[in-house]
Design a protein around this ligand. Structure first.
Ligand code: GDP
Ligand code: ZN
Length: 314
């Protein structure tokens, strides 16, 4: 048996079990030694995430063993909602693009949640775009102002409906290469969109959850799903999205439409809130910055720390 060290891509994580794809496209189930977990705990981060590149080797039992997680170039992370493990919760490593999915109705569009996801993408330089789903449920006149708000901020937008079929061809084109992360609240139609675009993928998702539900705990698995020349990953059931490693002072940089203004505020450490002679607020007053986006900025700002805690293990 060949026990040589190999490089692979983690494409499924379910607790301690991971599944790795080697360079020839072969799939191997791997286990994760305790020592790797300990290191990640000290660094207060997720030990292994889908999209990670790893070194692994076959053990004599024919199972794979993860030896090392290679440095992560980019991550899409949130702050861990669990009180037991405060720190970083890496949702996916090296995504090529984030598609924020939200619905125009049922549930109604939630700009605060969408804007949080966009800020996280900006913090990691992950290109992001917004998909407005369920267009069949709203009067079409209500849509253009919403699109304009995000285009003004520099984002690509797409309107979709699984009922009328609007935008589905274009969405399929967007998923063509790299790792595309679909993120959004539950109920906005992420699984439905994936199922219409790739019925095969939908079946796979169903099979997997049926299989793991037989196990001892309910599934928390995340998985990269092959689609055309790339992978799609759906982050299921996100209810909370706390921004990771973003302080009050850096938030303004995560709103691309503030960029022409924030260096022109009177105070260098202006938070664009109640400070006088703020160039961002002047732009807001002139209609150059959208009021809803600015409201999101303030809503996010309140919860952020003034400074980031220091972690000597990072
Ligand atoms: P997820 O939690 O984001 O994966 O959302 P689901 O795919 O489970 O969809 C939630 C509900 O919205 C389901 O009842 C879907 O049938 C419905 N739905 C999804 N997309 C559309 C759409 O474009 N139009 C309408 N009217 N309903 C949709
Ligand atoms: Zn300012």
């Amino acid at each position: 048996m060949d026990n040589a060290v190999q490089i692979g891509l983690v494409f499924r994580v379910d607790g301690n079990r991971t599944r790795v794809r080697d360079s020839a496209g072969e799939v191997v189930d791997c286990f994760l030694p305790k020592t790797l977990r300990r290191g990640a705990r000290l660094r207060k981060t997720t030990v292994i995430a889908v999209g990670d590149q790893v070194e692994w080797s076959l053990t004599d039992s024919g199972e794979g063993k993860i030896l090392k997680i290679l440095p992560r170039e980019r991550v899409f992370s949130r702050s861990n909602p669990s009180d037991r493990y405060p720190g970083e919760d890496v949702l996916v490593t090296n995504p090529g693009r984030l598609l924020v999915i939200d619905s125009l109705a049922d549930p109604s569009f939630n700009p605060r949640f969408v804007d949080r996801l966009l800020c996280s993408a900006e913090a990691q330089n992950i290109p992001a775009a917004i998909v407005f789903n369920k267009s069949d449920l709203v009067n079409e006149n209500t849509i253009p102002p919403l699109l304009e708000r995000y285009r003004q901020a520099g984002y690509e937008t797409l309107v979709t409906s699984i009922i009328s079929g609007q935008g589905l061809g274009e969405l399929s084109g967007w998923l063509n290469t790299g790792i595309t992360l679909l993120s959004g609240r539950s109920g906005v139609g992420k699984s439905s969109l994936l199922n219409v675009l790739a019925p095969g993928l939908g079946r796979r998702v169903a099979e997997i959850s049926a299989a793991t539900n037989k196990g001892r705990h309910t599934t928390t698995a995340t998985e990269l799903l092959p689609y055309k020349n790339g992978f799609v990953i759906d982050t299921p059931g996100i209810r909370e999205f706390g921004l990771w490693r973003i302080s009050k002072g850096t938030l303004g940089r995560l709103f691309p439409e503030f960029a022409p203004y924030y260096d022109h505020c009177h105070f260098r450490d202006c938070l664009h809130d109640s400070e006088p002679k703020c160039a961002v607020k002047a732009a807001l007053a002139e209609g150059k910055i959208n009021q809803e986006r600015y409201d999101s900025y303030l809503a996010i700002l309140v919860d952020l720390p003034r400074t980031l805690p220091y972690n000597k293990y990072e």
